[in-house]
Each structure stands twice: as structure tokens, then as C-alpha cells.
Design a protein around this ligand. Structure first.
Ligand code: SF4
Ligand code: SF4
Length: 333
């Protein structure tokens, strides 16, 4: 018999910090029209309207209280040099195909584990931000599954920050490479938000599919990876999304939903800013997330995240799709 999940009740101290507007409303749940996302968490500029700023401050307070997380950007290998290399006045000429090959090769030889390219959709840019650059090079860095399996304990949060640092270093290396060719490049790595939301770009760039837990699922690393990106005007070509069947798998899987202590994961897709997709209830997730330095249980428990599983699962799901498309029956995977 399945053991019932311990009940979770958000502490009064956090409930008092919630603004009048819900996070789900701010995220556009139930909205039929496409629109840009509203900044909600991980934005630090005081000029950015952030109704949940008090909750974000509450979260960040934990980082100050824990030596392993305090100043994480200066630990775990750091985040690389912030300054760009000098940009020559005359850009180097090459074809978009060749540039795409070069930036991908640079990312993979400078700490990136995954890389793909997407043309930036203006609807990915947060309200209140401007972004004139047409391309984003998306980079993924794998997380150590043994470490993230400790979620929601501290070692998982440390691993997450360490990999955000590595992703940022990779993005800064790619940005430096692009700048040295005479083009503009703006690197960004988490956990802080940049000018645009990264998951839709990562999906378009072929890094994976959106899972029921609101994070990505990749065909090699499952959900056990983090994102970084480089926005640029270097002429590039876009990759295609990689639909290998994770979405189909999520339809009948309940693992993250059953594991989430505050029951923040919906079983069905929701209409969010004009798109029906998997969506996490921000208002339920965030108090637990805040009290556990970033939780991450859903990512760790996802069957795709277990080392060695994603690749064969992706092959199985792809084969199943092909069989279903050709009208074959008798599939009981
Ligand atoms: S991060 Fe934690 S609280 Fe939030 S959806 Fe995942 S399991 Fe639930
Ligand atoms: S745990 Fe299951 S439902 Fe949740 S994201 Fe992973 S595959 Fe999808």
C-alpha cells in the first residue's frame, strides 16, 4: 500500500507575505491570449515590478543563513569572468550554418553538456524588459543525480547552485567567443532571471520537452540538468524541437504529482497565456520551495532523471509513437 504523503501547511510567516494578486494569475493561468510573461521570481532590479518580492527576500534569507549557499556565485568554480572580450569593429564573415557549428562546438568544449539554437520569440521577453537580439544559444549542464536525490535537503540545493555556476561559465565562454568575432552577445545563467524566460527557448532549440513538473525533460539527462543561454546577433540557424515522447509519458505518469508535498502539480495541462501546457501551481509550490532552499523533489523523482534511464526510455517512446502513427495496435508499454 502506498504510504500517504505527510501533509504540508504553509507557515503563517510566509502566508503573511503573499501579495493580493496570486502567482497563478500573474503567470497568466486561464488566459486565452498570447502575451509576454510577467516577472514573478528571481528578478532583482528595483525598477522591476515584483509583487512577490517579500517572498523572494524570504527565500534569499536562507542563502545568507547557510554557509554552503551564501555567496554561492563565488564558490563551486565560480561563474567565470563577467567582462566581455573586446569586440572588433569589423565582424568576421561566415555562413549561419558555419557559425552555428562553431558556437555549438565552443559550448560543448567549454563545460556545456547540451546545446541548441532558437530564434527569439518576442513573447518570451519579460514585461518591462527590452531585447533586440534575434538569437539565443541554449546550453544545458547535467546535475549529479545522487546529489539532487537528497532534495529537499541542502546537498541538492548546493548541486543546483554549482551547476548554475557551470552553466553561467559556459555561457560566458560562448559570449566571449562571439564577441571576439565582432558580434554582440549577452550571456545569462540562473538562478536569477534574465530578460527572457528560458524554457520555451530550450524547447524550440531541441533541448527537450516540458514535463508535468514544469521543468524540462531531455532525452539523455531527463530532468537532471539546468539551463543557461547566450542572446546574440551572430547570424545563426535554428534547431528543431525534439519531441521524443516525454509529453506522452507525462500524461499517464503520476510520480512528481504524488511526490510533491504541497500538491502543486496539476494532472492536466492548463491554458497559460494562450497555450495549453503543463503548469505548476506557483502559490502552492512557493512556500515549500522557500522553506527547503529550492525543493527540487519533482526533478529528482522524475523517472527520466535516473542515470542511464532517459536514453532507452526516449527510444521506447519514439518507437511507440511510430507504431501508433502507423496504426499498429497491441502496445502495452
Ligand atoms: S519544487 Fe517541490 S514544491 Fe515545487 S512543484 Fe516541485 S516538488 Fe512540488
Ligand atoms: S515524474 Fe512523470 S509526470 Fe512528472 S515530469 Fe517526470 S515523467 Fe512527467
Amino acid at each position: 500500500m502506498k504510504r500517504p504523503k505527510p501533509e504540508y501547511h504553509p507557515p503563517e510567516e510566509q502566508l503573511r507575505l503573499f501579495p493580493d494578486i496570486t502567482g497563478n494569475d500573474l503567470n497568466g493561468r486561464g488566459e486565452e491570449a498570447l502575451r509576454r510573461p510577467s516577472p514573478i521570481y528571481w528578478h532583482y532590479g528595483s525598477d522591476i515590478k515584483l509583487p512577490h518580492r517579500a517572498l523572494q527576500d524570504y527565500y534569499m534569507k536562507q542563502f545568507e543563513d547557510k554557509p554552503e549557499l551564501h555567496d554561492f556565485d563565488k564558490k563551486y568554480g565560480g561563474r567565470g569572468a563577467r567582462q566581455h572580450v573586446e569586440r572588433p569593429d569589423v565582424p568576421v564573415e561566415d555562413s549561419p550554418e558555419r557559425w552555428a557549428e562553431k558556437v555549438k562546438s565552443h559550448a560543448l568544449s567549454h563545460e556545456g553538456d547540451l546545446v541548441g539554437i532558437a530564434r527569439i520569440d518576442p513573447n518570451w521577453v519579460f514585461e518591462g524588459y527590452e531585447l533586440e537580439l534575434p538569437w539565443i544559444v541554449m546550453i544545458g549542464v547535467a546535475m549529479d543525480h545522487a546529489e539532487i536525490s537528497t532534495a529537499p535537503e541542502l546537498p541538492s540545493a548546493v548541486e543546483t547552485m554549482a551547476q548554475y555556476n557551470r552553466g553561467t561559465r559556459a555561457a560566458r565562454q560562448v559570449a566571449d567567443f562571439i564577441q571576439a568575432q565582432g558580434y554582440e552577445a549577452r550571456p545569462h545563467g540562473g538562478p536569477m532571471a534574465g530578460p527572457m524566460t528560458l524554457i520555451p527557448a530550450a524547447i524550440q532549440a531541441g533541448l527537450g520537452e516540458l514535463g508535468k513538473h514544469g521543468s524540462m525533460i531531455n532525452r539523455e539527462y531527463g530532468s537532471s540538468f539546468r539551463l543557461a543561454g547566450v542572446m546574440t546577433n551572430l547570424p545563426l540557424i535554428a534547431d528543431a524541437p525534439d519531441d521524443f515522447g516525454a509529453d506522452d509519458f507525462c500524461v499517464s505518469c503520476q510520480v512528481c504529482r504524488n511526490a510533491c508535498p504541497p500538491d502543486a502539480i496539476f494532472d492536466d495541462k492548463q491554458m497559460v497565456r494562450g497555450e495549453r501546457k503543463w503548469f505548476v501551481d506557483f502559490d502552492k509550490c512557493i512556500p515549500f520551495f522557500n522553506d527547503t532552499q529550492g525543493c527540487g523533489i519533482c526533478i529528482a523523482k522524475c523517472p527520466w532523471s535516473r542515470p542511464g534511464v532517459a536514453h532507452s526510455l526516449a527510444q521506447r517512446m519514439t518507437a511507440r509513437r511510430a507504431r501508433n502513427a502507423s496504426g499498429e495496435h497491441g502496445d502495452h508499454d
